[in-house]
Design a protein around this ligand. Sequence first.
Ligand SMILES: [Zn+2]
Ligand SMILES: [Zn+2]
Length: 648
Amino acid sequence: MINITLPDGTVKEYPKGTTAMQIAEGISSGLARNVLAAEIDGEVWDATRTINTDVSLKLLTWNDDNGKMAMWHSSAHLMAEALEALYPGIKLAIGPPIENGFYYDIDFGEYSFSSDHFPKVEKKMTELARQKNSFERIEIPKAEAVSYFRKKEDEYKLELLEGLEDGEITFYKQGEFTDLCRGPHIPHTGFIKAFKLLNTAGAYWRGDEKNKQLTRIYGISFPKNKELTAYLEMLEEAKKRDHRKLGKEMELFTFSQKVGQGLPLWLPKGAALRERLENFLKKAQVIAGYEPVITPHIASKDLYVCSGHYEKYGEDSFQPIKTPNEGEEFFLKPMNCPHHCEIYKSKPRSYKDLPVRYAEFGTVYRYEQSGELHGLTRVRAFTQDDAHLFVRPDQVQEEFEKVIDLVLYVFKALGFEDFTAQVSLRDKENRDKYIGSDTNWDLAENAIIDSADKKGLKTIVEYGEAAFYGPKLDFMVKDALGRSWQLGTIQVDYNLPERFELEYTGSDNKKHRPVMIHRAPFGSMERFVAVLLEHCGGNFPLWLTPDQVCILPISDKYMDYSKEVLNSLKISDIRAEIDDRSEKTGRKIRDAEVRKIPFMLIVGEREATEGKVSVRRHGGEDLGSMSLEEFKTLTNKEITENIDEFVV
Ligand SMILES: [Zn+2]
Ligand SMILES: [Zn+2]
């Protein structure tokens, strides 16, 4: 007999060789129907794998992330099985689960494949799922695995096998399909009740542009049809909110092949919006004791050799800019931090001068493969709302808290209400790989945890996720459609102060190293605007939105009065315009709706004689007729409701 410890701490005896599935069946058949995999001593296993020693066990269902992963990974295998049946001889590269669903990278050889073929593949998948074929785990010697894929002439699997050691290789087989795979998998294909193939994309083998381009097929699956339907509806809504579509309709930004891929061009309305965001943060930063600095867009190679960026990114990024002088090389700025370190070094510092907080809306340039570029979320030039704090070790916690305050202030003003703080700490077992003293790390890690706690943040702690140079806190924000985005990072850094030999004189008259904190509440202006656009579906908070008001005269007769209204609004700093086209009012309303203008003021005979405006909100609500003063009070109230003063 073996002892199995359940999550509630109870220990039960089972015969040796039992499986998680059998244990689940013993509890209830309802539970067993939902078990997708199991966590055995913290490792995810197939629920059908035999257990031969005392272990702790947690049954995993759709409600567990690892349960979902097993489901999606198994769905990738199901799709591969269907594809192989329909297109004999195709070669399979890799097929992992991802954040939402799964994909498989496939070399279709002579076949041409497109999303038009999805229905055929889905039909085959349904047929195979109904067979309830079990996922069978087979441990196999390397030589046999190699000969299997050699026979199949699958060079991709053979290349993957090269990296694996004998004794650690497993195959998974379901129905007629066998894959090189670590698992884990769900018990059988019948668990995959609802699925859909979503789209195809080109993907280079191993992500390398020099390699062959494969066809990546994305899909998603669920245990219930209802959940699939809800997901597909969400995707439809996401399409409507796609920032690339809204950015065009609202005339915020554009791209030009002539200017270059991944280099956004901000149009007047977008530039003004971005400026409002910047001014909003700048104002709060002044109150929080930040000092603005400005640095150039290029810097000597020496700077990045010193910072370590050259060694890390030099080869894979934009190549150096040369001058007529032999050996002189400059790089486009990939980060602002090294520049700020040099500003810190421009004069001697005493412990009394710290913290020093330098802020810059600094534009940086990073090379991304063209396939990775996406609207404003993945670009080659972007502006960070960057700042670097140089602090004494004893100030880390206080400064960290202040940065959190600033981030929360930003989130509130922009309507992000659902977020989690992800704290990345050292790997507990492997502390040698980190730079900086143990004392300092303990101090910083505790400071981050305590500040997050004090600020009442929902926190997830991830061990082993810290950078080698310091722990950090990332804000993971859920948008209106439930998608997660990483916005706002606060990173402690022991490395750059060391590399740049930064110092301050302590109260003991000795030299000490300051700690550096990098922080960017928005992250980058490009990405932030993209996320915000998709979050609010283009309905920005009133203080931020490009045009707050559109005046709609119902005929040319009321143009003079409309201009009076416009002037009066402008004097009160309300962004307004007149739709003076000779279109019908209905058409003007529809167009203002598409442009997401929060207020429409309709002006006709009655309004002009009474000196009033008829107010219609975006979305259709009729607020009735009111005086201009009343309307201004209304807008002011709304603005002050979502943006108050930042206080420290
Ligand atoms: Zn697999
Ligand atoms: Zn930095």
